[in-house]
Ligand binder design. Structure first.
Ligand SMILES: [Zn+2]
Length: 500
């Protein structure tokens, strides 16, 4: 057996343990009674340790060296190109697992869970002083991690953290993209608000039973061609898409006084799910067969949510299906016109997760700038509330002075050291707009949505993105599909067309 084949078999084994881990995690979030929690945590921790041991086995380094030589000396055929991509992605996962020393990983895990756990009540109490004491350690350990990764990968500290979620994306490229957005976004938000001021909108005010919301969600999933033989919908406190490509688990949460969030949440998670379901079977269980990056994953959920879900043509379906589900044929809330207004309403708020499509990038860009400077040591963790306030005033014109719970303490990401993740959200929105601009050249998107058979759209996504998994780097993937690297211009045009 060649070392390359040994690696393939080894990573398939790792994948089987990850499969089990992911199902245990889904069950813990969607089904498990609270009394099961302690034993479940122990079982999952044990599995994590086992996977980590498999991922860092000492002979792997030698196997990678030998496999690289094997492929370098082989005749360059399409199969060899595929194998090279597969090797690159296995090596990437190996590096991610081995770069950071175990005692640092452990220290981070302890500091992260302590900080996150305390944050849950500290946020409610607006207790920055209490939070800051725990967070100090999380930031220090993340800087240590960033330095080690950066040194090994030849990247700056923050770029090394970005690399965990968005391989190939750098501060330089993000600075270019985001500074472009900052030149036009504030004015666009003002214009959209001025336009919407004169419009009347009817807010949902009835009771929308969970059972009806769920059956409506399932109808929408059918329209979006979710494969129910390979996945299901459940409920959890925080919506997510989990499971494995052959068995994708998505969740949502229902609020009986408002259907708006749950419904679009299902459209969003269905986008994540269809990407997973569309990943190539030929590479199942291998790193090269996995989703390209967090940003590309988000590009698919946001393609479903923003490019399809909030289009006028799709809202026509939503209007009809919601009136059916809630038996509310005469309710003015569910007219096409009113639903469209509900789903495209712009509001300058404090909270990222409640933000609309137009103000969302402002929330992400300021987080990016802050975490970049924090990890690079340009600012200290105690500077964050003040900088947050300045940036909120500059981008959305609202102040968070003294309001930590709705300011820098609102997100879970920083509490456990997930620095480098935030940019993925806005990168996803930009990729989605760029894909749409290209898709328009060959697919009549409006006609497909109007007809209720969206297959041509999904076929395009499958051919160009889902089936390509991680065969190409992110830049290569986007260039192959759209003829250029990521360009904020498509995002601007999309937003202008919708909001002006
Ligand atoms: Zn998402």
């Amino acid at each position: 057996m060649s070392n390359y084949d040994q690696l393939i078999s080894h990573y398939q084994t790792i994948n089987h343990f990850n499969h089990a881990q992911s199902m245990l995690g889904w069950d813990a979030a969607a089904n498990m009674p609270t009394g099961g929690s302690d034993a479940r945590s122990q079982a999952m921790a044990e599995l994590s340790v086992h996977v980590h041991r498999l991922s860092t086995q000492p002979q792997l380094g030698e196997w990678f060296n030998n496999a690289e030589n094997e492929l370098l000396n082989a005749e360059q055929t399409p199969l060899i190109t595929e194998k090279k991509a597969s090797l690159r992605e296995m090596k990437r996962q190996w590096q991610q697992a081995t770069l950071v020393p175990e005692d640092l990983v452990q220290a981070q895990s302890i500091a992260g869970s302590k900080c996150e756990h305390a944050w849950r009540s500290q946020r409610q109490e607006n207790d920055w002083t209490g939070f800051e004491k725990n967070w100090k350690d999380v930031v220090a350990l993340s800087r240590e991690e960033a330095a080690i990764r950066g040194e090994a990968l030849g990247l700056t500290a923050y770029d090394a953290m970005l690399d965990k979620f968005e391989p190939g994306t750098t501060t330089a490229s993000l600075d270019t993209l985001f500074s472009d957005v900052k030149t036009w976004l504030p004015e666009l938000i003002e214009k959209a608000l001025a336009k919407q001021q004169s419009e009347s909108i009817i807010m949902p005010s009835g009771t929308y039973p969970t059972a009806a919301q769920k059956s409506l969600g399932l109808e929408i999933m059918k329209l979006l061609k979710f494969d129910f033989d390979h996945g299901r919908l459940d409920q959890s406190v925080h919506p997510f898409c989990g499971g494995v490509p052959s068995d994708v688990r998505i969740t949502t949460r229902y609020d009986e006084s408002d259907f708006v969030q749950a419904l679009m949440g299902i459209v969003h998670e269905t986008g994540h799910a269809r990407y997973e379901q569309g990943l190539p079977k030929a590479f199942a269980g291998l790193p090269v067969g996995e989703a390209r990056s967090m940003g590309i994953h988000e590009s698919q959920s946001l393609f479903f949510e923003m490019q399809i879900g909030r289009s006028k043509d799709f809202i026509t379906h939503l209007s009809r299906l919601s009136a059916d589900a809630f038996n509310a044929y005469k309710d003015p809330v569910f007219t096409e016109e009113n639903l469209y207004k509900l789903y495209t309403r712009v509001d300058k708020g404090f909270i990222r997760v409640d933000a609309d499509e137009l103000t969302y990038p402002a929330h992400v860009i300021m987080r990016y700038e802050i975490e970049r400077d924090l990890i690079n040591g340009v600012i200290e963790h105690t500077d964050v509330p003040e900088i947050w306030d300045e940036k909120m005033k500059a981008s959305l014109g609202i102040t968070t002075k003294g309001n930590y719970k709705n300011g820098c303490m609102q997100d879970i990401h920083w509490t456990d050291g997930s620095f480098g993740y935030f940019p993925s959200y806005t990168l996803g929105a930009m990729y989605a707009a760029q894909y749409k601009a290209t898709m328009t050249n060959t697919v009549n998107i409006e006609a497909a949505i109007q007809s209720g058979d969206l297959s041509p759209i999904f076929q395009w996504l499958n051919d160009n993105i889902w089936s390509q998994a991680s065969l190409h780097t992110t830049d290569e993937l986007v260039k192959r599909v759209t003829g250029e690297v990521l360009n904020a211009e498509h995002f601007r045009k999309h937003l202008e067309a919708r909001y002006l």
